[in-house]
Design a protein around this ligand. Structure first.
Ligand SMILES: C[S@@+](CC[C@H](N)C(=O)[O-])C[C@H]1O[C@@H](n2cnc3c(N)ncnc32)[C@H](O)[C@@H]1O
Length: 254
């Protein structure tokens, strides 16, 4: 699929578009990620990491965790700080990974975190390689979310915990109106003022991308897709009045 305009949420499904969107961002990614989530990203991430830490350490004394769409490695570092797991982070944007490597070095975790370049849709790992898997802000960027979930399921062991984090549009009409005003007006303006043109582009892109994603793939569809991909015990927890969604489940046995 060719590149589309940033204002076109369908453009999320082009890997080329994704790399162009993220390549200029790493320098200030972590501060601005907080802005995009109204300061909630840290809380959501902690809830995600909790699932991964509990699940991976219950399954193995020496767990290996895969963090997909790892970006600047924020999730990978938090997992490695909270338990003794080895973590492999994978992402398609080289610039994000470069910033991630610096972060891993600064955290003194280079022995336990490895960052590799690759696509979630075709992971360069054998079947059943990992004891847990996290993915954050990924499914809006892939062409076929159901097929991507199957690929994620392929690389984890039976019983492995898989957990995800994604934005959500608040279901309550009152909060949804505020969310709409925030994402359509404040975000593009705030992005421009704090991060310049690349962040204004993200600010314009994000709200329509979230709305379009849930129009095509509502939460109930996504829960069902997790089941079809081979997960059980699937739970979805809306956080921060429905602005974020943490999901988790376990890989079914053979
Ligand atoms: C919003 S960032 C999130 C980064 C990180 N997970 C975090 O929470 O800080 C989304 C990341 O997904 C990556 N990404 C998008 N589509 C991908 C794909 N198909 N395969 C691997 N990574 C992808 C982008 O390169 C980007 O680094």
């Amino acid at each position: 699929m060719g590149r589309r305009n940033a204002g076109d949420p369908g453009a999320t499904r082009s890997g080329h578009f994704t790399r162009e969107l993220f390549a200029p961002l790493p320098r200030r990614y972590d501060q601005l990620a907080e802005l995009l989530s109204m300061g909630q990203n840290g809380r959501w991430r902690t809830a995600l990491v909790q699932q991964i830490v509990e699940g991976s350490t219950a399954l193995s004394t020496d767990p290996v965790v895969l963090d997909v769409a790892t970006g600047t490695a924020g999730v990978a570092v938090e997992i490695a700080r909270r338990c003794q797991a080895k973590v492999v982070g994978i992402d398609i944007t080289e610039e994000m990974l470069l910033a991630g490597r610096r972060r891993v070095e600064d955290a003194g975790l280079a022995e336990r975190i490895e960052l590799v370049m690759g696509k979630a849709e075709s992971l360069p790992f054998p079947d059943a390689s990992f004891d847990a898997l996290s993915f954050t802000y990924l499914l809006r960027y892939v062409e076929d979310p159901a097929a991507t979930l199957e690929e994620l399921a392929r690389v984890v062991r039976p019983g492995a915990t898989v957990a995800s984090l994604e934005f959500l549009a608040p279901p309550n009409p009152f909060w949804r109106l505020w969310w709409w005003l925030y994402t359509r007006i404040l975000l593009p303006t705030g992005g421009l003022l704090t991060g310049g043109t690349p962040w204004a582009k993200v600010g314009r892109f994000l709200g329509p991308s979230i709305s379009e994603h849930y129009r095509r793939y509502p939460v109930a569809w996504t829960v069902e897709a997790w089941h079809k991909a081979g997960f059980e015990g699937v739970e979805a927890r809306a956080m921060s009045l429905g602005g974020g969604l943490v999901m988790w489940g376990r890989r079914r046995g053979p």
